[in-house]
Design a protein around this ligand. Structure first.
Ligand SMILES: Cc1cc2nc3c(=O)[nH]c(=O)nc-3n(C[C@H](O)[C@H](O)[C@H](O)COP(=O)(O)O)c2cc1C
Length: 191
């Protein structure tokens, strides 16, 4: 009798620990970017640093070419980054979004957010933020901006004009990206 109670207790503890291990995995934020010369990648890494500060959520950080459909479907939030090409989103990023599953709108109600890098001031960066936001809204995502009025539509960096030319992405822009990541992290952690 005593042995069978002990065996039952053992299985109860085992099942509880399995539930704890597999039933309570942290929500994940997917940070996906396109980058030819590394500037948008630097912003993506800053977004990830911001998410990391929150601690309660996982993130996947990768170029769009490596993103799997299941990673999109499993993510609680999707954060996209693109450079500005001739006033538009990089065509690779648009193709990526166009490849998302649409039937039944399986991405509906995930959090969506965006960041860009552009060579110059007001020659496309806001248009590209808005372009990605529009596409995400077609898929039913809930759009969230950055953590300051200067990143209201998402985080942006100027990489090629005046003092910002031929340098690493500057701290003032990386801070916006970090703030975006932190904000999405807090929202996802409390969702
Ligand atoms: C083909 C091409 C077109 C570009 N067109 C624009 C543009 O219209 N407006 C702009 O601000 N920057 C433009 N840029 C500059 C890039 O957006 C900028 O250098 C960006 O930071 C590059 O990001 P990456 O290092 O992640 O590739 C263009 C760059 C290339 C290569």
């Amino acid at each position: 009798m005593k042995i069978s109670i002990q065996v039952s207790l053992f299985f109860i503890v085992l099942l509880s620990s399995i539930e704890l291990t597999f039933g309570q995995s942290s929500p994940t934020i997917l940070i996906a970017y396109y980058s030819e010369t590394g500037k948008t990648q630097s912003m993506a890494e800053a977004v990830a640093n911001g998410v990391n500060e929150i601690g309660e959520v996982d993130f996947i950080l990768k170029p769009i070419s490596e993103v799997k459909t299941e990673e999109l479907l499993n993510a609680s939030a999707i954060i996209l980054g693109s450079p500005v090409y001739n006033g538009n989103v990089a065509p690779q990023m648009q193709e990526f979004i166009n490849s998302w599953p649409f039937e039944g709108r399986p991405l509906t109600d995930k959090i969506g957010a965006v960041f860009v890098t552009g060579g110059g001031f007001s020659i496309g960066e806001e248009a590209v933020l808005m372009s990605m936001i529009r596409s995400m809204m077609i898929h039913g995502l809930i759009i969230v901006g950055g953590d300051s009025v200067e990143s209201a539509f998402g985080a942006s960096a100027i990489t090629g004009e005046g003092d910002f030319a031929e340098k690493e992405v500057q701290e003032i822009f990386l801070k916006k990206a970090e703030g975006l990541g932190r904000r999405i992290g807090v929202i996802v952690a409390n969702k």
